[in-house]
Design a binder for this molecule. Structure first.
Ligand SMILES: [Zn+2]
Length: 366
């Protein structure tokens, strides 16, 4: 599936600020000092796709799963095209044989299922990310046998913790638990919901912190008027107080900063400078005390959005597993950036991991 348009790495200009020793080693065909630092060709407004793919390629446990060939045994043949194309692309991007590869096969496979992604118009990176994660989950899921002793017939909607698991749910899926209190009779019920991306409101137009966004997301809300809930104790619709907590924290947590604000036909982009920690993000204030196992998260990748609604540009910042340095991925351009540049007012999607990554190795033959 490797594209004929790929440029062999030996023909490229070295742009990375690496020492002379590493540059010399690049001539040695057996070592790939640039693994995981492969640019992606822009196929006409596909920067949203490229930025998301670079972030996914920087998540070692995910790359390892595909490079090791583990995915082959889990793959459902009938809807496995996206996962297979993803595996080939991750391999090309990780092995570092090329300066830049073209994601055209991946795009064409995903475009057969969702034609919006083959149009030459800008798409939303968050929608694309959710679409890809969902396709990978559907292709790689397996039924979980834990279901047989989970016969406490609660009305919980737990897709992830119950029936079907995949590398996607294992890495990215968390669970939100809502405590809903009827304001008439004070009865509290709970409702669970799985998530792979948390969409956070932005409480300021100028500047705020990621923690401010989290506070805003997890604060208690009151449901009135059209949003009233049916209280089974009162037997009628009632006003209710709702408070969300994290029931199960995922290994990787992805935040979507809701910069695109829609009010009827009026839409705008919030250029708020949101300060986010590069390490030790503490989610424990939002996690049920019983489940506080890995409360500290480190930033591993960022999708940036520049410009306005329809004509913007996406890039990615990713922390490299091998060097622990940060790199900027702007379509075909890959360059090392200082850690201080990772904080940017353009941040749109933030990927945090609760564990340090190990280096993926390729054992599967393609
Ligand atoms: Zn009630």
């Amino acid at each position: 599936l490797t594209s004929q348009f790929n440029i062999p790495r030996r023909h490229r200009q070295l742009r990375h600020s690496l020492g002379p020793q590493l540059v010399e080693e690049s001539n040695n065909e057996t070592s790939q000092p640039y693994q995981g630092l492969t640019g992606l060709r822009n196929l006409g407004n596909t920067c949203y796709m490229n930025a998301v793919l670079q972030c996914l390629c920087s998540i070692s446990p995910l790359v390892e799963y595909f490079l090791s060939g583990k995915y082959v045994t889990a793959l459902h043949k009938e809807n496995g095209e996206v996962a297979t194309a993803f595996a080939y692309l991750m391999t090309d991007m990780w092995l570092g044989e090329f300066e830049c590869v073209s994601p055209e096969v991946f795009r064409s496979v995903i475009g057969d299922l969702c034609p919006a992604f083959t149009k030459k118009t800008q798409q939303d990176a968050q929608e694309f990310l959710i679409y890809v994660l969902n396709e990978l989950h559907e292709a790689l899921k397996k039924s979980c046998k834990r279901r047989c002793y989970g016969n406490t017939s609660t009305s919980r909607e737990d897709r992830g913790t119950g029936s079907e698991t995949s590398i996607i749910t294992q890495l990215f899926e968390g669970q939100l638990s809502y405590d809903i209190t009827c304001l008439a009779c004070q009865t509290t019920t709970d409702k669970n919901e799985v998530f792979t991306v948390l969409s956070l409101p932005i409480p300021s137009e100028s500047a705020c912190s990621l923690q401010d966004c989290l506070e805003c997301f997890f604060q208690q809300d009151t449901l009135t008027w059209n949003n009233q809930i049916h209280c089974s104790f009162c037997g009628t619709k009632q006003d209710a107080a709702v408070k969300a907590n994290i029931g199960k924290a995922p290994k990787m947590v992805i935040f979507h900063l809701k910069r695109f604000d829609y009010q009827g036909s009026y839409k705008r982009k919030l250029g708020t400078n949101i300060y986010y920690p590069l390490s030790n993000l503490d989610l424990s204030p939002y996690i049920y005390p019983l489940f506080r196992k890995n409360p500290k998260y480190n930033l591993c990748a960022v999708v940036n959005h520049f410009g306005y609604l329809d004509g913007g540009h996406y890039t990615a910042f990713c922390k490299h597993t091998l060097t622990q340095n940060w790199y900027s991925f702007d379509d075909a351009q890959v360059s090392e950036i200082p850690q201080a540049s990772v904080q940017s007012a353009a941040a749109y999607l933030l990927f945090y991991s609760c564990k340090a990554f190990s280096v993926p190795t390729k054992t599967h033959k393609y």
